[in-house]
Ligand binder design. Structure first.
Ligand code: NOJ
Length: 515
């Protein structure tokens, strides 16, 4: 169980409306009691914060907004005392335009050695006024920006995030040293940002050529190139050279489960986020297919499957699935599956996406370039109290992104002890999950035409998922529109919502039973 902390929005110790490492440290008992094993911290490094810290200007220091290296060391030490491991975010595809390497590269002339860590190219057109190719930034607009001397540099994201050139040995050496820097400080491992992006196809060919199938037909010329795997083989050796179970998890948006499994081969990374599961519609057939494929493809390379419902880039599950009931059922489904599960902060509170942030409050660089903002899932957490900042910090009500009115019932304090709350559902599920082990075996589901109280008959309801884990846990999820019988599955342990009067499982509800 890995819990993602977005430090800017988790807990503020200073009262400036911005979360920080001391804030995380003060809430470690909460995370221990929630029942997680490790904490993945989104970036806290020195950064101009144009992309929420995914634009790093110093990979070996903490941004003053978040504290100091001493605060980080204290966090790792305290977390260890609670039995929690710390995973940090590693951003190797690009750095900040304020990174000394890029500042130096801009100051040095075209063709100078200082430009080698980046991807500078002359433009096309008569006087080089057109970008070197047709690639577009993930945040919208061209992926190239022209500098004063007329050459262009590549940025798959914002212009403030120049892509690093992984054909250059110094980039490799620098990141190996960065890995060691954090491993030496006791981190359990890394979440690798844009893990599919570091190597670009030779010659930087146009996307058009790629789409016509003239290049690798599986993808774009800047993602999921085979060369990235060599980097992970280098890193795996470093991780393995440290005592005490170090790991890395890939953020790799790739076109198929087979391509994803390549990132977690025995000599590469340990886990990869399962984005097929995250983006699946709320339909039994799709979920079952994705669960089966994930278990098979990860299993084929000996890696644990992963299950994830949200992160700081994705619309929150309550809003994405369209109801709290579905998000609750999805949580029970997720935590019953074999492998590693990830929870993004606030999911356990059932926070919805904040969809009415005023445009002037939105800080996501994607908003200016594409009109799409990820700020709505990054709003600071409510911990207690009746009004903003809901115990987020000791200061005034203003947090770096405004919290909505009406979040008082969602706070940790308000939900604690309320058996019907999302938080208590998560706590109960994570407690039970500790003793769940073994393979997943699909079970027959009830006949949708049959009586509500009956033993399940052979796989007849296409809207119900039911499976058993070797240790005896049965999970039944009703994705249909009528209640279904739970008869014959075992003794009820936990349900994501109330059952019908005669013990049936209502639509958009999941149950855990002991068989
Ligand atoms: C993925 C991160 O999760 C996202 O927040 C960021 O904007 C991009 N990578 C670029 O680093």
């Amino acid at each position: 169980m890995i819990y993602q902390v977005y430090p800017r929005s988790f807990a503020d110790s200073t009262g400036d409306g911005v979360g920080d490492l001391a804030g995380v440290r003060s809430r470690l008992p909460y995370l221990r009691d929630l029942g997680v094993d490790a904490i993945w911290l989104s970036p806290f490094y020195r950064s101009p914060m144009i992309d929420g810290g995914y634009d790093i200007s110093d990979y070996r220091d903490i941004d003053p907004m978040f504290g100091t290296l001493a605060d980080f060391d204290a966090l790792v030490a305290d977390a260890g005392g609670y039995g929690l491991r710390i995973i940090v975010d590693l951003v190797p595809n690009h750095c900040s335009a304020e990174h000394p390497w890029f500042v130096e590269a801009l100051a040095a002339g075209a063709d100078s050695a200082a430009r080698r860590p980046f991807i500078f190219r002359p433009g096309r057109g008569e006087s080089g006024e057109e970008p070197p190719n047709d690639w577009e930034s993930i945040f919208g607009g061209p992926a190239w920006t022209r500098v004063a001397d007329g050459s262009w540099y590549l940025h798959l994201f914002d212009p403030s995030q120049p892509d690093l050139n992984w054909q250059h040995f110094e980039v490799h050496a620098e990141f190996e040293s960065i890995l060691r820097f954090w491993l030496d400080r006791g981190v359990a491992g890394f979440r690798v940002d844009v893990a599919h992006g570091m190597i670009k196809a030779d010659g930087l060919p146009d996307m058009r050529a790629s789409r016509n199938g003239m290049l690798d037909p599986t993808g774009t010329p800047y993602f999921d190139q085979d060369g990235v795997h060599e980097i992970y083989r280098e890193w795996r050796k470093i991780l393995d050279s440290y005592a005490g179970d170090r790991m890395a998890v890939a953020e790799a948006w790739v076109p198929s489960p087979e391509r994803m499994a390549r990132y977690v081969r025995a000599d590469e990374l340990h886990q990869a986020f399962n984005f097929d599961y995250l983006t699946a519609p709320w339909r039994a057939a799709d979920l079952r297919r994705i669960i089966d494929t994930s278990l098979a493809t990860f299993g084929a390379v000996g890696a644990p499957a992963t299950w994830v419902l949200g992160n700081h880039d994705i619309v929150r599950p309550v809003t994405r699935y369209g109801s709290v009931a579905r998000a609750r059922a999805a949580a029970l489904l997720t935590f019953a599956l074999p492998g590693s599960a990830y929870v993004y902060q606030g999911e356990e509170l059932g926070l919805p996406e904040v969809t009415d942030l005023p445009d002037e409050a939105k800080l996501d660089p994607a908003f200016a370039r594409s009109g799409v903002s990820r700020d709505g899932c990054r709003v600071p957490l409510p911990w207690s109290g009746d009004e903003p900042p809901y115990g987020f910090g000791p200061g005034e009500p203003r947090t770096w992104l405004p919290q909505p009115a009406g979040w008082a019932p969602m706070s940790v304090a308000a939900q604690t002890g309320d058996a019907g709350s999302m938080l208590e559902l998560y706590r109960a599920a994570l407690r039970l999950r500790r003793s769940v082990t073994g393979h997943l075996q699909w079970l027959d589901t009830p006949d949708p035409q049959g009586p509500l109280v009956q033993a399940p008959t052979a796989g007849t309801d296409p809207d119900v998922l039911a499976f058993r884990r070797d240790s005896g846990l049965v999970c039944v999820v009703n994705l249909g529109s009528a209640p279904v019988s739970l008869a014959g599955y075992g003794e009820l342990l936990l349900a994501s919502g109330p059952l019908t009067d005669d013990g049936g499982l209502p639509p958009d509800t999941a149950a855990w039973l002991a068989s």
